[in-house]
Design a protein around this ligand. Sequence first.
Ligand SMILES: [Zn+2]
Ligand SMILES: [Zn+2]
Ligand SMILES: [Zn+2]
Length: 247
Amino acid sequence: MKVTLLGTGDAIGTPKIGCKCLSCLDALRGGRSRRLRFSILVESDEEEGRVLIDTSPDLRWQLLKRNINSVDGVIWTHAHYDHYAGFGDFHRVQNHVDVYALKTTMDYILNYLYFLKPVRHDIESFQPFEISGMEFTLFNVNHPPTKTVGVLVSNGQKKVAITSDTNQDIPDDSLDLMSKADLMIADAIMPPDYTLNKHMNAKEAMDLAKNLNARDLRLTHLSHLYPPHEIALKAWPLGHDMMEIVL
Ligand SMILES: [Zn+2]
Ligand SMILES: [Zn+2]
Ligand SMILES: [Zn+2]
């Protein structure tokens, strides 16, 4: 199984339009602080199956960069613009796209995408489903006020837990599911000196991974408030765009 972080930025992305902070300047120069919005690609062994978790507003360029012509499914974690708005980039590129999400999330997003007709699969939390030989389970997280799920991916041998957008107050049944993941990909929108009620900061995300005995951790959904990437990396296991992790 291979996981590619197609976009590791927050809703604004880095560079932030109009900002001249050190991270945004590094991003403008093409450094690793440059972050497209949130999408993750999961590929089965031999890259035969490809599933996209969230469709960022930057999707077109993300698909081009990774040479992806089609996917076997799209999973949406929640109905926030930075997680679904790029789906329209499949228009006249891939006609038949299977999409998976909670019913409430699906209703909202398909209303926005009324001009498209993806193949709808309403999913319930904690009910595993299969796409291309990989098993996926949606689990509830805490991203008020929007109903949001994280995604657990398993190929029968390895387990990947993706928190999606959440604060650290995750329900117990979800924590049970996420425990002992081979890889955790966690929301850590800001460095530890900031606290938000919708997202985790870097310390909260690292504590979560430690408490759940994750074997590996990458932080994502990162804002421009981190120091430039190469400096920030000394303190936190930040992901970067197009990072590939093979399990
Ligand atoms: Zn987000
Ligand atoms: Zn900035
Ligand atoms: Zn969100």
